[in-house]
Design a binder for this molecule. Structure first.
Ligand code: SAH
Ligand code: SF4
Ligand code: F3S
Length: 474
C-alpha cells in the first residue's frame, strides 16, 4: 500500500558512471516509491540520500568521497532539528570498497552493490527501525535474483528509456574494474525483456536502448526455448507496436556477429548509430590490454557495418597513456581516428585501478605526456563531431522530442543518429496542430504535449555537441 501524501518522504539519488547505473537508479526509485519515497532533484532536507557510484577511474571514485563530505553536513543539520537522513552508497564503488566506506564514513548507514538493491525494502525497514544503531553492508552477486525481484509495475519513463538485458563481463581487459564490480556475464531471459519493453511502451517510451556491459554478447533464453542473440532479440522488439527506435550499448568488437550487422540493414527501427569501443589503434597496446582483437580486425568490422548501413554514425572509447604507450603507438590511435571518422568519441587518460592486472605494469606514461596526447586526440575528435553535425545543417531531420523547457520556450530531442537537437519555438509555430496557428506568449501547456512525438525539424546550425533547428510547420 502506498503511503499517503502527508507521510511522503524525500529521496535523492545521485547517479555517477554509465547507463547501467542510470537504469539501476530508475529501478531503485521504482522500489522505493511504494515505500513512501518520492525522487527529488537535491539532497537538502532529504529523508534518504543514495549515491549510485562508479569505480571506473580514480577521479570518479574521488568524487564520491568529496560528495559524501557535503552530504554529511546536510545530515548533521537535519539531525540537529530532530530529523533523520538515511545515507547510502550504492553501485560499483560500494561493491569494490564497501568496507572502506563503512569504516571511513561513520555517517553512512547502508552500502549495497549493483546486484543487491532489489533487497532495499528489507534494508530500509531495518535501518529506519533502528536509525543510527544499525548499519548494513550488502555486496553479494545474485544477479539472477536481482532481475527476478525488480518491480513489475511503476516503471516511470520518458520517451527515451534504458532496458538492461545483460550484466557483468567475462572479458577481463587488464585496465578494467567492471568484471570485479559487476561480476560474471549474465543474460536475462527474452520473455522478461519483452515484458519490460511492453511496460516501458505503456509508460510512454518510444526509443529504447538495450543495455549491457557487453550487450552484443547477449545470449539469453528465447521465448521458443532456444538461445537468442542480440540480433534475434532486436528482431522481436522490431515487431512490437509503440517502439519507434531501437539502440544498444556497449558493444565489444569481438562479439560483433554477421546477424547483428545484418540487423542494421534489415530492421528499420534499429537506428543508424553504433558505439563500439576500441581503446587503442596499436596492436601492441591492444594485446597488453587483453582486448583480444587487432586494429585491422576493428577496421574490417567497421567496413562491414558501413556496407550494411552506409549512413551509420560511429562512436568509440579510447584510453590514452596505457602503460608502455609510445609516441608511435599513440600515432597509430590518432591515425585510426583520422581514417574512420567518428560522429562522437570519448577519450580518457589511463587510470590505474587497484586489483586490475595493468595496475602492476611498468613503463608508466608521464602525466604531461598523457595530457598532451589526450588534448591532441580530443581536438581531432571534436573537429570530426562538428563536421558530422554540420553535414546535417539546412536539412530536415526526424526528432523524437524528449523535453520541453517552458521558461526558454525550447524543445529538446534526438535524431536517429543520436544527435541532440535544440528547437526554439517561435510564435508562428503551429504547435497545436490544426487547433491554433499561434503559440501563446505565456507558458503554454501545448508544447508539453509534443514530448514523445517524432517531428520533422529543419536544422539551422550545428556545433560539436548539438544541432539547432525549428519545427517544420505543415
Ligand atoms: N564495456 C565497455 C566499456 C566499459 S567502461 C567496453 O568494453 O568497451 C567505459 C570506458 O571507460 C571504456 O571503454 C574505457 O575506455 C574507459 N575505461 C575503463 N577503465 C579505464 C581505466 N582504468 N582508465 C581509463 N579509462 C578506462
Ligand atoms: Fe571492461 Fe573490457 Fe569488460 Fe568492457 S569488455 S567492461 S572494458 S573488461
Ligand atoms: Fe562505472 Fe560501474 Fe558503470 S564502474 S562505468 S558504474 S559498470
Amino acid at each position: 500500500m502506498s503511503a499517503n501524501a502527508a507521510t511522503r518522504k524525500k529521496l535523492y539519488i545521485k547517479t555517477y558512471g554509465c547507463q547501467m547505473n542510470s537504469y539501476d537508479t530508475k529501478r531503485m526509485e521504482d522500489i522505493l516509491r511504494p515505500l513512501g519515497y518520492d525522487a527529488a532533484q537535491d539532497a537538502v532536507n532529504a529523508d534518504m540520500v543514495i549515491l549510485n557510484t562508479c569505480h571506473i577511474r580514480e577521479k570518479a571514485t574521488d568524487k564520491v568521497f568529496s560528495d559524501l563530505g557535503r552530504i554529511r553536513l546536510l545530515k548533521t543539520a537535519k539531525e540537529k532539528q530532530g530529523g533523520q537522513m538515511v545515507v547510502a552508497v550504492a553501485g560499483c564503488v560500494a561493491q569494490a570498497e564497501g568496507d572502506v566506506i563503512l569504516s571511513r564514513a561513520r555517517y553512512v548507514d547502508m552500502v549495497f552493490g549493483p546486484q543487491t538493491y532489489y533487497q532495499l525494502p528489507e534494508m530500509v525497514a531495518k535501518i529506519t527501525g533502528a536509525y543510527g544503531a544499525e548499519r548494513i553492508i550488502n555486496t553479494d552477486f545474485p544477479i539472477e535474483e536481482k532481475f527476478d525481484h525488480l518491480p513489475q509495475e511503476n516503471q516511470v519513463t520518458g520517451p527515451a528509456a534504458f532496458l538492461s538485458i545483460q550484466e557483468g563481463c567475462d572479458k577481463f581487459c587488464t585496465f578494467c574494474v567492471v568484471p570485479y564490480t559487476r561480476g560474471a556475464e549474465y543474460s536475462r531471459a527474452a520473455s522478461d525483456i519483452l515484458a519490460e519493453a511492453a511496460r516501458l511502451i505503456a509508460g510512454g517510451a518510444r526509443d529504447i536502448t538495450l543495455l549491457g556491459q557487453n550487450v552484443n554478447a547477449y545470449h539469453g533464453r528465447g521465448s521458443d526455448g532456444s538461445v537468442w542473440s542480440l540480433a534475434r532479440l532486436l528482431q522481436e522488439l522490431q515487431n512490437m507496436d509503440g517502439i519507434e527506435r531501437l539502440r544498444y550499448t556497449t558493444s565489444h568488437p569481438c562479439d560483433v556477429t554477421d546477424d547483428l550487422i545484418a540487423a542494421h540493414r534489415d530492421l528499420p527501427k534499429v537506428m543508424p548509430y553504433l558505439h563500439l569501443p576500441v581503446q587503442s589503434g596499436s596492436d601492441k597496446i591492444l594485446k597488453a590490454m587483453n582486448r583480444k582483437h587487432t586494429a585491422q580486425s576493428y577496421f574490417d568490422t567497421i567496413d562491414k557495418f558501413r556496407t550494411a548501413r552506409p549512413d551509420i554514425a560511429l562512436s568509440s572509447d579510447f584510453i590514452i597513456g596505457f602503460p608502455g604507450e609510445t609516441d608511435d603507438d599513440f600515432a597509430q590511435t590518432y591515425q585510426m581516428v583520422e581514417q574512420i571518422g567518428f560522429a562522437a568519441a570519448y577519450s580518457f587518460k589511463y587510470s590505474a585501478r587497484p586489483g586490475t592486472p595493468a595496475a602492476n605494469m611498468q613503463n608508466l606514461v608521464r602525466e604531461d605526456v598523457k595530457d598532451q596526447r589526450l588534448q591532441s586526440l580530443q581536438s581531432l575528435i571534436q573537429k570530426q563531431s562538428e563536421s558530422f553535425n554540420q553535414s546535417f545543417v539546412n536539412s530536415q531531420v526526424s526528432v523524437l522530442i524528449d523535453d520541453f523547457n517552458a521558461p526558454e520556450m525550447r524543445l529538446h530531442g534526438r535524431t536517429p543518429h543520436n544527435q541532440s537537437v535544440h528547437i526554439n519555438l517561435k510564435p508562428s509555430d503551429n504547435v497545436a496542430g490544426n487547433i491554433s496557428p499561434t503559440l501563446p506568449s505565456a507558458i503554454s501547456p501545448l508544447p508539453q504535449r509534443l514530448v514523445g512525438q517524432t517531428l520533422p525539424v529543419r536544422t539551422t546550425s550545428a556545433g560539436v555537441m548539438a544541432l539547432h533547428g525549428s519545427l517544420v510547420v505543415a
